[in-house]
Design a protein around this ligand. Sequence first.
Ligand code: ARG
Ligand code: ZN
Length: 877
Amino acid sequence: QTIYLKDYQVPDYLIHTVELNFTLDERRTQVVSRLSLARNPNSQSSETALVLAGENLKLIRIVLNDDQELTEADYHITPESLIIHDVPQQRPFTLNIENEINPKANTALEGLYLSNGMLCTQCEAEGFRKITYFLDRPDVMAKFTTTLVGDKDRYPILLSNGNLIAQGDDDNNRHWVTWEDPFSKPCYLFALVAGQLECLEDSFTTLSGRKVGLQIFVEQHDIDKCGHAMQSLKNAMAWDEQVYGREYDLDLYMIVAVSHFNMGAMENKGLNIFNTKFVLARPDTATDSDYEHIEGVIGHEYFHNWTGNRITCRDWFQLSLKEGFTVFRDQEFSGDRSSKAVKRIEDVNMLRTRQFAEDAGPLAHPIRPDAYIEINNFYTLTVYEKGAEVVRMLHTLLGSEGFRKGCDCYFQRHDGQAVTCDDFVSAMEAANGRDLNQFRRWYSQAGTPVIHVIENYRTDEKTLALTIKQHCAPTPGQPAKELLHIPITVGLLDKQGNAIPCNLQESATGNYEVILQLTAAEQTFTFTGLAEKPVASILRNFSAPVKLTMERSLDELAFLLSYDSDTFNRWEAGQQLVGQVITGLIVDSQQGRPLNLPPIIIDAFKRVLSQSWEDLSYFSLLLSLPSEGYLAEQMQVVDVEAIHKAREFVVRTLAEQLQPELEALYLDNHRDESGQFDAGAIGRRRIKNVSLSFLSRLGNEKVQQWSTQQFNTANNMTDQIAALANIVNYPHPAKQECLTLFYQKWQQEALVIDKWFAIQASSPMPDAFATVVSLTAHPAFDLGTPNRVRAVIGSFTQANSLHFHAVNGQGYEFLANHVIALDILNPQVASRMLGPLTSWRRFDPTRQNLMKTQLERVMNSPSISRDVYEVASKSLM
Ligand code: ARG
Ligand code: ZN
């Protein structure tokens, strides 16, 4: 059953307050819910029945207005709802509902469930209906008071949203705690946690001088891994005050880390629940990237307090209102905390390899979708990452000050409300006196626009004309596309590589950078006063989520790689340069010609290597080749073998040609700075490990020993796992020994063991498939733990194209088997894992058939979930 945005109607009833009482038990938790309701005066409907959502609930009793117990004649229960035929229409009323749930049986990890003996919840998007009957939609906002009753030994810690207002002891070794959340919220932001937890405490004093208690709860053995998360939280709180003028609003902010979690984390009001992966870090267990991701996700969930919680979504089609905006906020936060240049490149890399693929595939949808079967399938790269790019374009178009004014207007207008993406754009318009009507199409149109640029320099007029065209190919359900409003940031360089003023014919500002506003199918922008032909740097900082096409010579790209002052475009020039060459080599390889690396590539790398770099992380990115995934995106028909072969040829040749430089780089930066996380130390580890990875392709004994040595002596996970990756990915005599050692050393640390699984599952070595099969039989493999599933099945199918797409189809069959098994336990994770099969149209006919066969098998599996059905069926359409 499909839900459409166009069918949106306001709720027929509103809930003003909710009092929840939980008597906690692994198998039988009792829920008593007291709702105060009233007919919504804005409801247009003539329907008077009250329809509450509820799934897998055992109903015990319903009492209306405290005195009228309802009988079976008064209501009707369906698998998804409770319909009460007759409720007061003219005045408020109360309902007391009692029901029972079984957290232990809840393997879908949605609603109330068990993780290592701890009870916890995940309610977004529609999990609250698995806890009790409710109006489970984000435009119904209520004040929650929650009492938790539980055994003192099993559940010494009892948490819910808001402030703790009362607690006490009961008999039978039980105790209780009452929490009150003073802010109205939709039920998707409800949370409870109960268990044996340790807590790290700290505090933060807000701009206006309020002291907020900060608490991070984890399982006992993880209490030594919370420091970084706590510091990240404080950084995020200070950043939101400085950049957006937003303060925290409760006296307490709690974070709980759980081992079983479908996604990254959840912004429940005052009580965030996190995947342990985004909380726990110690220098010896977490890599530098893990540290950065933790800070990013802690920031993300914190920022939701204003963009998501205080102002929430009217309906789930508006998901990008909170997610796109909050991702943009967390990206900027991370950029400010580390390196803006590096963060931007990482974000664009992910967008271009994964979101562009989604936008070009059978599941393409606008950032504000207009239909869905299962909303959990729409927590996508499009809604999140492209959504963030759309917010970023507003920032670019309005400038930081204009953007901030727009945000202030949005917060002021809509605090306490459930609103739409359109309301957000309207606030931006109102605060800036701008018309963003054409821009709004970014919210309703799917697909990645292609921007084509043609240059025309005229010596006689001293002008450079850029003719820019936009085009967007059809996507499912959208055969014809409208023209978009696209900001294109441009700079000009002279022959020496210096920036020169960009004076447009109609408005000469003398600025060194200009934002072109592309609104038509084709537009020409003319720059004047150019005595010689400049080199144009176009789409600086990736100012719009588009594919840019333009004739560029290898020389021009090499020039930009040397001189562009825009850090994004400088890196991008290098990617294009190498990308063009690899693309040529792919064709050579397909046609059986010998492979040759043009000297311009080696020279370009030599030049990069010979410069002195302050930001070593950025330097490492300049030395990194486009990924196999990115290269696949560029091909008409993806040929995983040719891509792998051509790319590996380039890496190996560079390693051969630049061996002395790379060895020096390795040795110069190899020092033990474990526990140091400043940009310098992180950068040195990055550049050292990039060098080691190049050199590992040479298969020489010296480098093998460097890896073994680094593996054995590293006191930080960045260096240890980087060494192990090289040992596993290329022939190495100590491979089995190192893998065994690593497993023994870390078997108590689930997150580290996930890395051990992931590295083997993504190895290009010929025995990778056999290894993956044996890993799924390993005692530590568990379909009930999403992180483990992602580490093994996710890594193999998403980070090991070479073997997943083996032409005998074994990879496809393997994935389908696991999706079918997983779907019975956890539809959300099963549906995500299915992703790689949905891109079958991108491959050759043999693989297409093999992939489709497996998709059909999945479709025909009995008791298929809505989640998996939607993805499988839409991808076969
Ligand atoms: N709102 C959460 C976040 O992005 C994600 C929750 C996703 N949950 C889900 N069931 N799809 O921070
Ligand atoms: Zn979010």
